[in-house]
Design a protein. Sequence first.
Length: 269
Amino acid sequence: MKLFTNKKQLQTEIRKFNNISFVPTMGALHRGHESIIRKSVKGSGKTLVSIFVNPKQFNNKKDLKTYPRNNKNDIKILKKLKVDYLYKPSYDDIYKFKTEKKIYLDRFAKELCGKHRKDHFKGVIDVVNRFLEIIGPKTIILGNKDFQQLYLIKKHIKKNKIKTKVLACKTIRDKYFIAYSSRLNKLNYVEKIKLIRVIKFLKRYKGNLLSKKQTFNFNEIKKKIISMGVNKVDYIKLIDLRTLKRPRKNKFNLFYAFYIGKVRLIDNF
Ligand code: PAF
């Protein structure tokens, strides 16, 4: 695996390839990332992974400061997975140039996390747009866990007629149905136990909705999961993935964002 911290050097190296498959990450790699990277490495092109904890997508300084970082383990994982290139840029390498394309934010940026994390998606699209301009990949691969991000990146790419193809990877879960996430590293033992119980409840609740044993009641769910140790609920919503609206048919994903301790967790299933 070749490591680059400078975009000029990276570009000189990858210029000869027109089949770069790009996996953007913020490091603290886990099994979710691993599955995305595996999908990329299995493809016919070269795999380029980036690790950049992007300050512009954090609406809270403390969250940025305490975001999990684990460089040594990340490198070990990337080497094990036979990644071709790792790009680990500095802030200036990413932000000190003028982009060709303008950030396009679809309306969906105002929903869900967009209502609770000011400018978060603007920061995500900004950095992804910059990576796309630097790398010019054939494909970009992202996880479905961050469905809203994935959707907004697709919209930005389409609107700007960028040639990169977007591939989505299914969410990888542990035996308790918890989606792997870098932020899980921040939970202590007691918080992890609380999360296991909450997820078990939400999964059963969704099953009851599908089998019509229950109708959706936000306040009821909120009360219940707070009694189980959740600190704060940003949202719990049912969404039809095709319309991005409240479901009319019995087909939907349950989206949530809540805090356990100081850790904000999101998922959809
Ligand atoms: O999902 C993430 O880790 C980040 O939002 C991304 C896509 C790497 C942009 O910083």
